[in-house]
Design a protein around this ligand. Structure first.
Ligand code: ADP
Ligand code: ZN
Length: 542
């Protein structure tokens, strides 16, 4: 703290230590706060748990600099808003919220306070829907603006404005009018999840003026990333019992029913587990029990998470395939917020891709573009799982456009551990890659799936192959000598390298099928310009 300089440093430090009772700033917090106090537009990209809230809550209680008046916080989730406002009140900070659950009477009271010349709150939390639809709210903001009492707009979870993102929200689109309607009011946008493209999109849509941009490394050094073949629940139970006895954890499942079922199985096996999803009645109770430590393990859909604020989560398990790398990063990001070591385990089975693709397609609001995007997002997770040769951390950071240039992550992921163990083997599969590509090329007209190609290549004696006469194909059984899981790896690697692509095709029934086709980089292999090595852990160590 001693080293900090800047125009408002004394007041900022004062509030940090007294109002918020914290000892020091985390990375980029002070810089973001200081920029905001100087009236700049600010964009903050910080991983979940990085401490985004302080970046706007602290300026909101300062009186120096560009902070006079009310800070308006737009936030998408009601549960999160309520938590924040309660937390602020506990710190004696004057914060109010307006959402669809606010009673007419309360709304009136809040409006009165905002119109009065004294007793204005420091922070006003609103949902984007309210901001878009409520005329009285608009009038009131207009009044604050004209009297110079609007300190700042804060857009939390700003990625919801971007159609690139997974969480696009209709009402967020309207936020582009803030700049036009209140031209002199600075804007701060924050998010934990945005790649380069999305960041640019957010900056443009909100019309930020010469913003100060903070984008922090996504590397969570205290998290161990592990991908494990999905076998029995027993496997997971014994892992938890031996590594995390009586510790706090989250297990993510795709569906609501499977959450309930798994939680029950875990209880039968002696673990202290409960389920949580959007459809349960007693959300608050379950959450409180988990927060207080009365319940150790929450088995949840991804409805569980945004805004949960528990520091000592020791493990996050994905027992089904995550829907996207963004989601995976965000969900695992809930582990180890206290910066002590924590485990992130993904139990992987290729079969888990299908339920996700089905879910994507069955979504009533789906468009061909959104289906394609989510398809690709899920396939990226499959490639991540199957890529056992590149450090997991490197792969995750690469997804966010960040280069992790150390050779390995210091045995903080299973790929690095395996690489250092001497058990991994590296084999040249250049010739097999060529044969696989020739196979796909020759079947171009026939529309075949990835699974089907793998079966031909492996020489599977199954009806699906025989019925199409593919057991007579010249490449039939070309990969007979290769173990099944290495054949899978081979095809996935070719997909990863764009030598193969999976193409979604709309069929007559409006059902999208996905076929395997030759990709843009195939020629490099077919002409012998490029070789292919696979690095893998043999099933029976040599
Ligand atoms: P985010 O919104 O980025 O996910 P939060 O703002 O909810 O993160 O902060 C995560 C946790 O870190 C909270 O418990 C918060 O109190 C804590 N925290 C934030 N800033 C600091 C700090 N400077 N020092 C210690 N703890 C902090
Ligand atoms: Zn690693």
């Amino acid at each position: 703290l001693e080293d900090l300089t800047g125009p408002h440093v004394a007041e900022i430090k004062h509030h940090l230590t007294t109002t918020f009772v914290l000892r020091s700033f985390r990375r980029n917090q002070y810089e973001a706060i200081s920029a905001a106090m100087q009236g700049r537009d600010v964009f903050v990209l910080m991983p979940t748990g990085g401490g985004k809230s302080l970046c706007y809550q602290l300026p909101a209680v300062c009186r120096g600099g560009q902070t006079k008046g009310v800070t308006v916080v737009v936030s998408p989730l009601m549960a999160l808003m309520t938590d924040q406002v309660d937390g602020l009140k506990a710190k004696k900070i004057d914060a109010v919220l307006l959402n669809s659950q606010t009673s007419a009477e309360e709304s009136k009271h809040i409006q009165d306070r905002l119109y009065s010349s004294h007793s204005k709150p420091s922070l006003l939390y609103v949902t984007p829907e309210r901001l878009k639809l409520s005329g009285s709210l608009k009038n009131m903001l207009g009044h604050l603006y004209r009297t110079g009492q609007l300190a700042r707009f804060v857009i939390d979870e700003a990625h919801c404005i971007s159609t690139w993102g997974q969480d696009f929200r209709e009402a967020y689109q309207e936020l582009h009018t803030l700049r036009d309607d209140y031209p002199n009011v600075p804007i701060m946008a924050l998010t934990a999840t945005a790649d380069r493209k999305t960041v640019d999109d957010i900056l443009a849509r909100l019309k930020l003026r010469d913003p100060v941009v903070f984008d922090q490394s996504f590397n969570r050094t205290n998290l161990f990333y592990n991908v494990v073949p999905k076998r029995s629940v027993e496997d997971m139970v014994s892992f938890i019992k031996s590594n995390h006895p009586n510790q706090t954890g989250i297990i993510y499942k795709l569906g609501r029913d499977s959450c309930e079922k798994l939680a029950q199985q875990l209880r039968q096996k002696g673990l202290n587990a409960k389920h949580f999803h959007a459809g349960i009645e007693n959300k608050k109770q379950v959450l409180d029990e988990w927060k207080s430590g009365e319940c150790h393990i929450i088995v949840a859909t991804i409805a569980f998470g945004m805004g949960i604020d528990k520091l000592e989560v020791r493990f996050v398990i994905h027992h089904d395939l995550p829907k996207s790398m963004d989601g995976y990063y965000q969900e695992t990001g809930r582990a180890g917020r206290d910066e002590k070591p924590a485990n992130c385990i993904l139990y992987y089975s290729y079969k888990d891709l299908q339920p996700i693709l089905r879910m994507v397609r069955n979504d009533k609001n789906a468009t061909p573009a959104s289906i394609e995007r989510q398809d690709q997002a899920a396939r990226a997770v499959v490639r991540y799982c199957e890529n056992e040769s590149v450090c997991r951390r490197t792969q995750i950071l690469q997804h966010f456009g960040e280069k992790f240039d150390k050779k390995d992550c210091g045995a903080q992921c299973n790929n690095c551990v395996n690489a250092n163990s001497g058990l991994m083997v590296t084999t040249d599969f250049t010739e097999e890659a060529k044969q696989a590509l020739e196979l796909v090329q020759s079947l171009h007209q026939e529309n075949v799936t990835l699974d089907h190609c793998r079966n031909i290549f492996k020489g599977a004696n199954i009806a699906a192959v025989r019925d199409k006469g593919h057991d007579k194909h010249s490449s039939f059984a070309a990969g007979k000598h290769i173990p099944r899981e290495v054949v899978e790896l081979l095809f996935n690697k070719l997909l990863y390298l764009d030598a193969l692509i999976e193409q979604s095709v709309a069929t007559h029934s409006n059902w999208h099928a996905t076929y395997l086709k030759i990709g843009s980089k195939a020629n490099d292999f077919l002409t012998g310009r490029q070789t292919l090595q696979l690095c893998y852990l043999p099933k029976t160590p040599k």
